[in-house]
Design a protein around this ligand. Structure first.
Ligand code: SF4
Length: 198
């Protein structure tokens, strides 16, 4: 059996795969119908990795542009491990980013934005739709009020002074992207439009 992939390199960044768990089932998710991405087997078949297993694979954090918490699931399910790894990376002069679906406060049952503030250099929040109805169609959330969660989390990040931004995938269309831009402006965060990953 192939070993589980805890970290994988894309460009000059190292991606960290902490969990398969996610509160969404996005139609465009790289994991839909797949267990591999860019030649890596990302679906964790065994235990989720510990912070120590991750830091052992990172080694020299400065060798990378960023250490990115991403992977096949929602990283904030592993908040404690993620923060521990961030401490390791920062102690070695590296940079950290999380790509999140914005449900972290719901998942952890508390406002996690103050904890992210000094640990994550960038918090990239997937917005992906300009309304609850469209969000539900695209992201197929497994929790109720998911779209509201994303906006509330983004506002909490803004309030805590977290370096956060919204991202959307371009496949949602120009009109939806411009509506998302308005939402981002209202919250006071930048919006990044990214290409859909095939
Ligand atoms: S939030 Fe991310 S990991 Fe979860 S289903 Fe959507 S794209 Fe996949």
């Amino acid at each position: 059996m192939m070993k589980d992939t805890y970290t994988y390199k894309i460009g000059n960044s190292l991606y960290v795969n902490l969990t398969n768990r996610c509160t969404n089932r996005c139609t465009f998710c790289v994991r839909e119908g797949k267990t591999e991405y860019e030649g890596y087997s990302l679906w964790l078949k065994g235990e989720e990795p510990t912070a120590a297993q991750i830091t052992a694979q990172i080694g020299d954090a400065q060798a990378y542009d960023e250490i990115v918490f991403c992977g096949f699931g929602e990283p904030t399910y592993r908040l404690e491990a993620m923060l521990e790894v961030c401490g390791y990376v920062h102690a070695r002069g590296g940079r950290t980013r999380v790509n999140t679906n914005g449900h972290g406060n719901f998942i952890n049952g508390k406002n996690i934005a103050p904890l992210l503030k000094d640990n994550l250099d960038t918090v990239n929040i997937s917005l992906n739709a300009p309304s609850e109805e469209e969000y539900n169609a695209v992201c197929r959330p497994q929790i109720t009020g998911a779209f509201g969660e994303v906006l509330a989390f983004a506002r909490a990040c803004k309030e805590s002074g977290v370096n956060a931004l919204f991202s959307v995938v371009d496949c949602i269309g120009n009109e939806a992207v411009s509506k998302c831009r308005k939402i981002a402006e209202e919250v006071g965060l930048p919006l990044r439009v990214r290409e859909m990953i095939e």
